[in-house]
Design a protein around this ligand. Structure first.
Ligand code: HEC
Ligand code: HEC
Length: 673
């Protein structure tokens, strides 16, 4: 079923020579079974009409790609031919990369009546009885219970507005526990009755859940770094550990160990039974060959989901992204690949053994843009991915294959392997979560209209009639054409923690776009994007090879981005230290507040703070959540910002005379923002 990069490079070369359709796809026989024109060309409910043309179902979008010819360098992240830098300090010319399919984008702008959060994945759980599914709906603050024998919604549980229900887990007594991502709580429901049994405060941002049968505990991993254990039957937490920030998923491993992932760095931590982080590992970095035959080095980031492999091994499977470490060309086509292969960010799966060794190099997948969820069948033989990035592409939104693809792959490079669609009529729309109801039946949850799909019969079970279509949200999560989405680098509306190596510009850390970013124009570190419209022309149409957008589509995206909340304040800070830090920050001699001024703590000016570059003063809201810091990631911790690694001295606020204790206070204040 799989087709490896090496098979394809030859075909691709031919296609490029012919200047025609680039065959980055499985063999013709396979293609007929999975490339079908969207079955619903009028688009999902809530949108009216699309630009989909049934006579030309797969128009090729090149954006501006190639407009200046490939003089400007090699394809994305390849370290190809030497880059020519223009007088403006930008690479000259477009890219050979960046050819992609044109998404079938609705031309009518739709806005959701209430705020819709960025996609997080992992909101669907098939229960152990094989007959019931429970899904949480962060867009509507609902939890659904579905009877799979009769394909019928049996109950809808209404939570508090803004709770944002996320991951779910079933315990030994059949109860289902749901993490409220924004509600900060764990809700326990009785799926048979469709009732809420309890609601317990846990932490500011609960994420992953696991049930440990031996202790009858539910473990909750929190973004703030807490790992909280609560009795499944009810009552107060029995243990709260504070480990790394940005925790994501938790899995119970053999020997009373817990495995925990971090989201952006894609670390896997082993927490021993006595609460100590005993080992750390990460999916492997790898070196390989890009789709056009040039060297390509990637490293892991953004671990969307970790699940057990469901066999005796105790292995876990991590769905994460890989990003290129080679030079990236920040011009037209520079972020994209060719028809979904070799974009600078790809979806990948790694297996990490119970011994904490990554079993193999990550296996990355073609035409799987922005995958947010992975599920493994009860017998461990099959895996499935939810791919909301493909919602507007002629590629499958749910893909699956044997777990042996990644278990025994043995590939040492990014393989760009094809994973076939699930079932005969994969659902349309943004698939946000997957779960196996049996060894052969995959369930998929679709965001809008809210729906559950099953692969065995293709049946669709409506979950809610409340519309939550939103053009801005859709644009943010879709594959623009080059094989990646805004959400690939700004996952959950934040940032991926990566520092890219941009041709002619140097190191540039992905910026966070949380907390009313529209008020901080101009954009990008050097302020070269005057407003959001120019940023979209440059990034979406250009670098990501997307279609040109209407002004109202750009506005819809900008408005939706402005609904992405800032991260909550870090809990557990020493209030006295925060106050002392605030005083220092606003002291005219230390001078932080002269540039980091106003509600968002930026005066929006472009200045040189000793790096030799004119850069935008970044907002400091939520700063402590988004390390590494500074445009080039020179500071791993906030304290490092004051150290030699980031220049030190007095050009970036007057800090050379501050004592260590004062730096600690300033850091505490920064954490409170
Ligand atoms: C390949 C990763 C990547 C993708 C894809 C991407 N971004 Fe970014 N984003 C970045 C990086 C890196 C920066 C900083 C760039 C610079 O300073 O040159 C950035 C900066 C921004 C900023 C500026 C923030 C500020 O404070 O000035 C906004 C807004 C933004 N991105 C929005 C988007 C949108 C909208 C999309 C989709 C159309 C998108 N990004 C796609 C990596 C990405
Ligand atoms: C002259 C204007 C100016 C002053 C004064 C100033 N900053 Fe900054 N600050 C900047 C700029 C510009 C950057 C981005 C620099 C870079 O990334 O290389 C920045 C970056 C930062 C960052 C990293 C933000 C991120 O997103 O990575 C922190 C933290 C920070 N400043 C804190 C402070 C503190 C604390 C003070 C006072 C000691 C201070 N700044 C004084 C302009 C200023």
């Amino acid at each position: 079923m799989n087709m490896r990069n090496s098979d394809r490079v030859l075909g691709l070369g031919t296609a490029l020579l012919l200047g025609g359709f680039v065959a980055c796809a499985p063999s013709t026989t396979e293609r007929t079974s999975w490339i079908n024109p969207p079955a619903n060309p009028t688009g999902p409910a809530g949108s009216t009409g699309t630009m989909f043309d049934p006579n030309n179902p797969f128009p090729v979008s090149t954006g501006f790609a190639g407009s200046g010819g490939p003089v400007g360098g090699g394809p994305a992240g390849t370290g190809g031919p030497a880059t020519v830098c223009g007088a403006d300090g930008r690479p000259v010319g477009g890219m050979i990369g960046g050819m992609g399919f044109m998404p079938s984008l609705p031309s009518t702008v739709t806005r959701s009546a209430s705020v819709v959060p960025s996609i997080s994945g992992g909101t669907l759980l098939a229960l152990a009885d094989g007959n019931t599914a429970v899904a949480s709906d962060p867009d509507r603050d609902l939890v659904y219970v579905v009877d799979l024998q009769n394909n019928k919604l049996t109950s809808t549980i209404t939570l508090q507005a803004g709770d944002e229900p996320g991951r779910l887990v079933q315990d030994g007594a059949g109860r289902v526990h749901v993490a409220l991502r924004k509600g900060g709580a764990l809700v326990t429901i009785d799926p048979a009755k469709g009732t809420v049994l309890s609601r317990r405060d846990v932490c500011s941002s609960p994420r992953g859940l696991a049930f440990e049968a031996a202790s009858a505990l539910v473990h909750v991993a929190c973004t703030g770094g807490e790992l909280v254990s609560l009795p499944a039957a009810g009552g107060a937490a029995t243990r709260t550990l504070r480990i790394d920030q940005d925790l994501r998923d938790v899995v119970v491993a053999p020997g009373g160990k817990l495995l925990v992932t971090t989201f952006r760095r894609a670390d896997v931590l082993a927490v021993s039974a006595d609460g100590v982080v005993a080992r750390r590992t990460r999916p492997q970095s790898s070196s390989g060959i890009s789709i056009v035959g040039t060297p390509r080095n990637t490293s892991p980031s953004v671990a969307w989901r970790m699940v057990p492999v469901n066999d005796a091994s105790g292995n876990v499977m991590v769905l994460h992204q890989t990003g290129v470490d080679d030079e990236v060309n920040p011009t037209a086509g520079g972020y994209g690949g060719i028809k979904g292969c070799s974009a600078i960010v790809e979806a990948a799966v790694s297996v990490v053994g119970a011994d904490m060794q990554p079993v193999k190099a990550p296996m990355s997948f073609d035409q799987v843009s922005l995958a947010v969820d992975v599920a493994v069948s009860p017998d461990g033989s099959q895996m499935a991915l939810a791919v909301p990035g493909n919602a507007l592409m002629p590629f499958a939104t749910v893909v699956s294959g044997p777990t042996s693809t990644v278990m025994g792959g043995g590939q040492s490079g990014p393989n760009c392997t094809f994973l076939p669609p699930t079932g005969n009529s994969p659902p349309q729309g943004e698939v946000v979560a997957v779960s196996f109801a049996s060894n052969t039946t995959v369930l998929a949850q679709v965001r809008e209209p809210a729906m559950l799909w099953r692969s065995d019969t293709g049946a669709q079970i409506m979950l809610s009639a409340i519309p939550r279509a939103d053009t801005g949200h859709q644009l943010f999560h879709m594959n623009a054409g080059g094989g990646l989405a805004c959400a690939s680098c700004h996952p959950e509306g934040g940032e991926d923690g990566r520092t890219w190596n941009f041709a002619c510009q140097g190191l540039r850390r992905t910026q966070s776009i949380r907390g009313k970013i529209s008020q901080t124009a101009p954009f990008h570190w050097d302020g070269s994007e005057t407003n959001f419209s120019t940023l979209m022309d440059d990034v979406f149409v250009g670098r990501m090879s997307g279609p040109r957008l209407l002004p109202e589509q750009k506005t819809a995206l900008s408005d939706w981005i402005d609904t992405i909340p800032a991260m909550p304040a870090v809990r557990g800070l020493d209030p006295a230290a925060v106050e002392r830090g605030r005083t220092l920050f606003n002291d005219s001699k230390v001078a932080c507040g002269t540039c980091h001024a106003g509600a968002l703590l930026t005066n929006n000016l472009t200045v040189d703070v000793g790096t030799g570059l004119m850069l935008q003063v970044p907002s400091l809201r939520g700063v402590s959540w988004r390390g590494p810091f500074m445009h080039n990631g020179c500071a791993n911790t906030l304290a490092d910002r004051f150290g030699a690694a980031c220049g030190g001295g007095d050009k970036h606020g007057a800090t050379s005379t501050l004592s260590t204790a004062q730096i600690v206070d300033l850091t505490a204040y920064l954490q409170s923002l």
